[in-house]
Design a protein around this ligand. Structure first.
Ligand code: LLP
Length: 418
């Protein structure tokens, strides 16, 4: 459930009319709802009840510092994949002791910085990374807390580009080799083994793959006991899907109940989850303006003022995202449109064959845009990125301003005259 609803045929974000926000800040604009974000975070946190747990919000889904600050105030942890994300979390007031660090390519500098600020755990993706972390920790006179990211070879039944837990994927350490790598980790002087981790993919709409992965991790965890390795946490990653169209993903409560049932013999084992999309997707919309309506022999097009530059999911994954009129009081003829952006690429669309009642100058909202929207945006075709606004009750706050054109080339330089 979210807080984007129609009142008198006008789309509202919480208590503020979307058209009023746009009158002030213009389009394209991402609008987030604080109440929705908080509701989704609590859904995960409450679902795990009294069992020791930590919700580590996946920063890659939405990294705006205002949003991270809202999470930090709830007591959230964070899942990061780069020093950039680490610095954002710190700038937003996040607690370093609640940060887990995932990602396949951690550099020497990134590892050193994470050790310096004292993160909770490195989710280690390879033997080479384990050795590098041991070395950097040694240089700094520290011990690095680690878990191994195990690739359980489970099919997540999602889009191949966001499936990560199959043996042909680049992520993690094979479930068949992980025991050996744990034994190696045990011998390394600057490594402290804390847990085990996996993340099998994103936008999962069924529980079974999560449960199959958990089973494999539990078997491995039991084997490790024979090697004198006792884990204190199990991190099951993110991945719970959201309804973009007609999907019916499990609710966090169902997911948590199934996990708690599997882990009932481990009352002290801390469960870490890394949800991103399930918290942010339906807490955000992307509002765009219709520039032109056009038709050729075959189709009608609604040409809008943003596209794959601000929201690449339809172009990249052929993702379906709902498009709705912002003001339904306007009496417009309804027609079927391909809603396309301004970018010079055929893949630049937000939705195809959508029935909309619109005219030139009207506003359209792309729903479920809070996850992997702004974070994956670019300035392709030299278009400044969408502004970002967070609504909190009856207030709308600008949380990312629109860049000036000169900002687009601020870090560039002319060649010297010669
Ligand atoms: N943890 C790790 C290690 C991850 O790689 C990811 C996402 C998450 C947690 C959060 O997953 P979530 O709960 O959001 O599903 N750009 C794609 C999604 C890529 C997900 C990458 N990893 C999209 O727009 O669908």
């Amino acid at each position: 459930m979210d807080h984007f609803n129609y009142h008198n045929q006008q789309l509202f974000a919480e208590e503020v009319a979307v058209s009023e926000i746009i009158a002030q800040y213009g389009t394209p604009a991402y609008i987030y709802s604080r109440a929705t974000l908080e509701r989704h975070w609590h859904a995960f946190n409450n679902a795990l009840g009294d069992h020791p747990h930590l919700i580590c919000f996946a920063v890659k889904s939405n990294a705006n510092i205002a949003l991270l600050n809202v999470m930090a105030k709830l007591g959230s942890g964070f899942d990061i994949v780069s020093q950039g994300e680490l610095e954002r979390v710190l700038a937003a007031g996040g607690d370093p002791a609640k940060i887990v660090f995932s990602g396949v390519a951690k550099s020497h500098q990134e590892i050193a910085r994470a050790l310096e600020v004292g993160i909770r755990c490195f989710n280690v993706e390879s033997v080479a990374e384990l050795q590098r972390i041991n070395q950097v920790a040694g240089e700094l006179g520290k011990t690095a807390p680690i878990s191994l990211r195990v690739n359980p070879d489970v099919d997540a039944h999602t889009h191949p580009y966001i499936s990560t837990g199959l043996k042909e994927n680049k992520f993690g350490i094979s479930v068949n080799e992980a025991r050996e790598v744990y034994r190696l980790a045990k011998t390394l002087p600057h490594i402290a083994i804390h847990g085990m981790d996996c993340h099998i993919g994103s936008q999962l709409t069924e529980l079974q793959p999560f449960l199959d992965a958990t089973d494999r991790l539990i078997i491995l965890m039991e084997q490790l006991k024979q090697d004198g390795i006792h884990l204190t946490h199990l991190d099951l990653g993110g991945g719970l899907g959201v309804p973009y169209h007609d999907e019916t993903p499990p609710h966090p409560t169902e997911y948590a109940a199934a996990l708690l049932a599997k882990l009932k013999d481990y009352p002290d084992l801390e469960i870490i989850l890394e949800p991103g999309r399930a918290i942010t997707a339906n807490a955000g919309i992307l509002v765009t303006k219709v520039e032109y309506l056009k038709h050729n022999e075959d189709r009608r097009f609604a040409i809008v003022d943003t596209g794959m530059n601000d929201m690449i999911r339809p172009a990249l994954y052929d993702a379906y995202m709902q498009l709705v009129e912002v003001d339904r009081r306007l009496e417009r003829p309804s027609a079927v449109y391909d809603v396309v952006g301004p970018i010079c690429e055929t893949a630049d669309f937000l939705g195809k064959q959508r029935t909309l009642a619109i005219a030139e100058g009207d506003l359209i909202a792309l729903r479920s845009a809070g996850a992997y929207g702004a974070t994956m945006s670019s300035t392709y075709n030299s278009r400044p990125q969408a502004v970002e606004i967070m609504v909190d009750g009856s207030q709308a706050h600008l949380i990312k301003a629109r860049a000036d054109f000169a900002d687009l080339w601020r870090l560039e330089a002319l060649l010297p005259n010669n």
